[in-house]
Every structure is written in C-alpha cells, then in structure tokens.
Design a protein around this ligand. Structure first.
Ligand code: CUA
Length: 312
C-alpha cells in the first residue's frame, strides 16, 4: 500500500479547510504580485520616455502603496479569522483518544482498551475509523517533535512534559503518510508514520485483534527464532505481550508483522526487510538506538525473522 503525503489531497475536514484558506491566500498574493509588477513596468516605461514626476503621482503612492495593501491585507485577515474556528472539529461523546508520543526516531501509539489491564501499544502506525472523530494526545519522550499528516490536519508540536490535543476526522478510507516536522536529530528524516483509515467495522475488528496477546506458534522455525530473541536479550528494550514481556524503551512488537512498515517508514514489512533491519540497523538508520546484530549468522537471522513475522 502506498501512502500519500500531500497537502493537495485532503482527506478530512480540517485539511480541506486549511487547503481552502491556503488557496485563497495564494490567490490574494498572486493578485498583489501582479499589480506590483504591472506598476513597476509602467514606472520603468514612463522613465524610459523621459517623463517627469507629475502632480498625480502622490495619489498613486497613497492609493497603491498604502490604501490598496491595507484593504487587501485587512480583508484577508478578517476572512481567515472568521474561518479559523472551523479548523477545530467538535468532539464526540464517544470519541476515541489515541496517545501518540514522539521519540528519537519513532512514534509510540497507544489505544485504550476496555477492561484489559494493558493498553494496545503500537509503533509508527495509527489506524482510524473513517467518519469518526478521534482525539490525539500528542506528547514527546525526549526532544521536540512535530506531528504532521498533511492530508488530515496541520502540524502540531510535540513537546516534552506537555500534551497537545489534536481532534481530527478522516472522511475516506486510505493510507496517509505523516512525517515529523520539527528537526529532532540525525534521523529526523526517517521519522515517518502511516495513518491507515479503515471502514468503522473493519477498524473494530482490527482493534480487537490488536488487543489480543501475541499469537503463539508451534512452528519449529519460529521456536528457534524465539530462542534467538531470548539469547540476544531483545526483551531488555522490546516487549511482546503475552509471549515475551519486556522493556518499553523500544517499539512494542506484539503485532509487529501487522504493520505496513519498519523503522518509522524506513523499510517495507517483509522477511527481507526484517533481516536487513536486525542485522544492519546502523547501516539502514545510522544513530538509531538499536545496535546492529551483525554477530548473528544467516541461520539465526532467518529464524529470528520468521519469529518476528509470526507476530501478526
Ligand atoms: Cu522527530 Cu523530527
């Protein structure tokens, strides 16, 4: 699935309102630019003909230099101010609240689940039901990041120690790409995320599946991979709910293979991508907090990849 990242393709009310305002301001700027260029050409032409300044020129200065910009800019300001309340979507009583935390250099995403002791944790991917309002609670675990999914809404900064709310609604199913929009270090550019908008019924099925613990497998290859996972102490940073509980420094891997991409948009989610990532993180995403496991031989790597792939 290719994800689109474009301010020109709005997939929700906030983004289309933003796009409308942007087009209006662009049109206003184009009008002002045209008038300035025409007036400049006129002045140059008069000078070439050797015309001298006349009594009518003061009117030009006051009219085109003061009155015109004052009127145009005031009108645009008034119009944008009047429309800006529409940039906020009203909350629903049953709105879903999704926690998103920016980290160097990935996104932690949390969904509350009813009754369950733990919440659904995933990384670098947000799934939303089409047509329903959701509230994103945006925070940071380290430095300043900025949440930006151009097809859905404007940028919102993610600051350490604060939570910023962003209500949004996606109108149509699809995959939209987002990108960290505040320079946050070496791998800022590889801090992307996918927003997958599903039909509401599909979304409920997906969330219920994510709330379940990781699937156990009896496949010997997968078991061998799990042994490698243990031997390499991956649980020091990662957790696999129900299977290999562990740390929370790094992305939760419970349903890793159900995600579209690896490493915050860096690689596609398939076996080759998983092997490449584990063996050569520092080549693929230099500076990432995970070390390259290049000490593993091909067999161990393939088994580990099979285990990770089983985490659907
Ligand atoms: Cu996070 Cu840039």
């Amino acid at each position: 699935m290719t994800a689109r990242q474009s301010v020109l393709h709005s997939a929700g009310p906030i983004a289309s309102e933003t796009a409308d305002i942007a087009w209006l301001l662009i049109a206003g700027a184009a009008l002002v630019f045209t008038i300035v260029i025409v007036t400049l050409a006129l002045a140059l032409w008069r000078r070439r003909r050797g015309e001298r300044a006349g009594p009518g020129d003061a009117a030009w200065l006051i009219g085109a230099g003061i009155a015109f910009p004052a009127v145009v800019l005031s009108a645009l300001l008034w119009h944008v101010n009047a429309r800006s309340p529409r940039l906020a979507v009203a909350g629903d009583r049953d709105e879903i609240v999704i926690g998103v935390t920016g980290r160097m250099w990935w996104w932690e995403v949390r969904y509350p689940t009813e009754g369950a002791a733990s919440q659904v944790l995933l990384a670098n991917e947000i799934r939303l039901p089409a047509g329903r309002t959701v509230r994103l609670a945006l925070g940071s675990g380290d430095v300043i990041h900025s949440f930006w999914v151009p097809a859905l809404a404007g940028k919102v900064d993610m600051l350490p120690g604060r939570v910023h709310a962003l209500r949004l609604r996606a109108d149509v199913p699809g995959v939209w790409r987002g990108q960290c929009a505040e320079f946050c270090g070496e791998q800022h550019a590889r801090m992307a995320l996918d927003v997958v908008v599903l039909e509401p019924a599909q979304f409920d099925v997906w969330l219920a599946a994510q709330a379940r613990p990781a699937p156990a497998s009896s496949d010997p290859r997968v078991a061998a991979g799990r042994a490698v996972y243990r031997a390499q102490r991956c649980a020091a940073c990662h957790s696999i709910r129900g299977l290999e509980e562990g740390g929370s420094l790094a992305p939760d891997l419970t349903h890793l293979a159900s995600r579209l991409r690896l490493g915050a948009g860096t690689l596609a989610m398939h076996r080759a991508g998983l092997t490449d990532w584990v063996a050569n993180v520092q080549g693929v995403k230099t500076g990432a907090r995970m070390p390259s496991f290049d000490r593993l031989d091909a067999d161990a790597l393939a088994a580990l990849a099979a285990f990770l792939e089983s985490l659907k």
